[in-house]
Design a protein. Structure first.
Length: 102
C-alpha cells in the first residue's frame, strides 16, 4: 500500500513538472530556464523517491520489530502454558497417589 501511494505521488510530481514546462509561450525561446526547471523537477522527483524509500525502510523495520516482539511474547505464553500443564499433571499424580494410600 505504501509503495503504491509513493508511486502515485512520484507520478504526480513528474506529471506536474512536465505540465509546467509545456505551458511556456511558443513565441519566446527560453532554453536555459526550461532546463533549470527540468533540473528542479528531476531533483524534486529524486527527493520524493528518496523519502518514499526511507519511509518504506522504516515501515519494514517496524514490521520486523513487531513480528519479533510477537514471537517473543508467544514463546513466553507457550512456556507458561506448558508449565501450568506440567504442574496440573503433577498435582493430579499426587492426588492419585494420596487416594491410593487411603
Amino acid at each position: 500500500m505504501n509503495k503504491l501511494i509513493a508511486t502515485l505521488i512520484a507520478g504526480l510530481f513528474a506529471t506536474a513538472a512536465f505540465a509546467q514546462t509545456a505551458t511556456a509561450p511558443a513565441g519566446t525561446t527560453t532554453t536555459a530556464p526550461a532546463t533549470k526547471e527540468e533540473a528542479k523537477a528531476a531533483k524534486a522527483d529524486a527527493k520524493a523517491a528518496e523519502k518514499s524509500t526511507k519511509a518504506d525502510a522504516k515501515a519494514e523495520e517496524k514490521v520486523t520489530k513487531a513480528n519479533a516482539d510477537a514471537d517473543k511474547t508467544k514463546a513466553k505464553a507457550d512456556k507458561k502454558a506448558k508449565k501450568k500443564v506440567a504442574e496440573a499433571k503433577k498435582d493430579a499424580a499426587e492426588e492419585k497417589a494420596d487416594a491410593a494410600k487411603k
